[in-house]
Write a protein that binds this ligand. Structure first.
Ligand code: THU
Length: 130
């Protein structure tokens, strides 16, 4: 299944009583497996958990750690930009040259690398002296 198809499908499962804004994410690992996530909100933290974070959590739960490509889709005028926290989470598990495709449900696409999404990322290497 393509990442576009997987993300489009899982987006329908988003639980968004507060924002009403459904987001779907799908990633392929270096081993070739696809993991998906949708956003899930709650009354105490109405921003909830992002779709990207959900897909990353599913990947880790499946015992994998390396993202080879990722796609995010939402119904907005321009391709949905991942939030700051998700950019950091993606950068933790994807090399700087990995492509993240940002999509709208109407078919607009923007391809960005992880380095473009989060220039100057803070990484484990910055803690090497500790
Ligand atoms: N959201 C995502 O799931 N991913 C993004 O890239 C942007 C925002 C969600 C979080 C929240 O459920 C809703 O969209 C509005 O912020």
């Amino acid at each position: 299944m393509s990442l576009l198809e997987a993300a489009t499908r899982v987006r329908e499962n988003a639980y968004v009583p507060y924002s009403r804004f459904k987001v779907g994410a799908a990633l392929r690992t270096e081993a070739g497996h696809v993991h998906v996530g949708c956003n899930v909100e709650n009354a105490a933290y109405p921003e909830g958990t992002c779709a990207e974070a959900g897909a990353i959590a599913a990947m880790c739960a499946g015992g994998e750690r390396v993202i080879a490509e990722m796609l995010v889709i939402a119904d907005c005028p321009e391709p949905v930009p991942p939030c700051g926290g998700c950019r950091q989470k993606i950068a933790e598990f994807a090399a700087p040259d990995v492509v993240v495709t940002l999509c709208t449900t109407e078919g607009k696409e923007r391809r960005m690398t992880v380095a473009e999404l989060l220039p100057g990322a803070f990484t484990q290497a910055h803690m090497d002296r500790s």
